[in-house]
Design a protein around this ligand. Sequence first.
Ligand code: ADP
Ligand code: MG
Length: 619
Amino acid sequence: MAKIAINIATGSLQQQEIIVGIDLGTTNSLVAIIHPESKKPVALKEHNSSSLVPSVIHFGKNANITVGNEAKQYLVSDPANTIFSVKRLMGKTYNDVKNNSASLAYKIIDDEYKLVKVQVGNIFYSPVELSSLILKELKKQAEHILKTPVSKAVITVPAYFNDAQRQATRDAGKLAGLDVLRIINEPTAASLAYGFGTSSNSSKGGEQAKTIAVYDLGGGTFDISILNINGGIFEVLSTNGDTYLGGDDFDAAVVDYWLTENTFAGEISTHRQILRLKAEEAKKYLSSNELFKTVYEEKEISISRENFEAVIKPIVERTIASCKNALKDAGLKKNEVDEIVMVGGSTRVPLVKEMVSAFFEKRLNDTVDPDEVVALGAAIQADILAGNTTDMLLLDITPLSLGLETMGGLMDVLLPRNSKIPARASRQYTTYKDGQSGMKIAVYQGERDMVKDNRRLAEFNLTGIPGMPAGMPKVEISFLINADGILVVNAKELRSGVEQSIEVKPQYGLTDEDVEKMLLDSMEHAKEDMDLRALTEAKTEGEQLLQTTEKFLQKNFDNLTRTEISETSLAMQALQLSLDMNDKNLIQTKTEELNDISRPYAERIMDYAVSKAMAGKKI
Ligand code: ADP
Ligand code: MG
């Protein structure tokens, strides 16, 4: 494969176009760029305001959607229509998050094996759509500040994000009209912002191998990552943390303290809600003062730094326990860590700094603003990609995504574009028909959601799968693209061992103009593609449910009551009708209704294997 200059490979038509770095956070998000004159990374902000945009979306009357500071105010006054912490739902099924859904004021649909959707009124939103609304707002604000269109970005994600979560983040960017050049790990970005791993900063030892611990305590999440940097390459040695631990818990601890120290008339839960905001104010104030006082319900309430530290200490101790585990998993001792980088608004709390520093027995890197450090690092990465930091960065990369056709003609990406080669990825699939003995493996290249809009590279049949019920076979498909740009696609049924593979050259006959055109097309059709994908997925799920229910009814007819049978067939008819109407929201509603009706007796009869089998992706 020829060397591709990265700016061509990324499809940029205007070479000078700015690439932004985006920290898409659970609590707050922000955008940074490399300042054209100072060449230093800066966070974008309007005059006299913070660079932080709360990751909150409010759905008001008449489809009036607001994002950020304005939306945050509705968390108290209109919680059912105000969506926060969307990042936690990215790439997750209901099963993944159900134990924590009680803490959410908004409704998520409860079909165990499906990707989570958030219900607002009678519309279902995917976490991808919701995140795209935040990204759209960030893009809009950035364009307003920079007075130029912004369409390319590097977006950060936690180091522990899996493929599905990363892909969901890419999709959200695309839907927001952003060409996502690279998804990078938040701890990597933070390290870049401190100059670790960039050769321009060899005085800090960027050239030699270094071990870095990145401690990130945000609003609702904590993570610690141990990284190794060698010759500019970052490797994640281990990650640990708690996705339900953060500054919000400090606020709650302060509220509890006030509620035990004082007595107020009326509902405790109402006090809690109002005191929460005061508690956050107190916490921030105590990061640089000794005593916080305020008046609530005509009473003076207060908290000292000492008392604050006493109530939050157990929470901080839990983060230290995670640090210990991360070190253990990385196979390192404390003294083998060279640098500790502090990230996230909650690391402003002096006790946090003290305890982390005491644990690692080392001075901390905390000079860069902890709210901005991740976005600043993303901006540095963006600048490297733009080719501004080295004369011309030549990398072997895949200029377009590589993937497979799945049910309904959808594209399932295994290797996203811009993957460094050599690269490898694999995923498991299953069958959708009983006794299905063959599986068509169709390989495509491109960015569109439907394979028919992409470039077909190859197709073969995996044959000889032994007869099994639908959903039982486990077919692992792996993509391996070697240094010469040759893609080997291998399919193996894991239970029986039957296996087949094929070789293709994705770059064959593909010009730079073709790549650019395919990228532009995908941006242009992003919204329409996303809608079609959502509809196709809903239809596939609906149709599958009809099939399994039908089969279930035939098999268990004698064990069901007459009411169960008549209710089920009514719900099946309604679902079939919605499928004929091609209405996504209606299909989802009717699928859920049929599920609600059949779940109790399906569980009773314990023939649940059928519906469980629906968890995997089907070809
Ligand atoms: P995330 O990465 O989850 O989006 P952030 O890094 O933006 O989160 O952190 C938000 C948290 O930081 C909130 O809980 C907020 O109250 C807390 N925070 C912000 N400033 C301070 C401060 N000065 N002192 C203590 N906590 C702070
Ligand atoms: Mg963060």
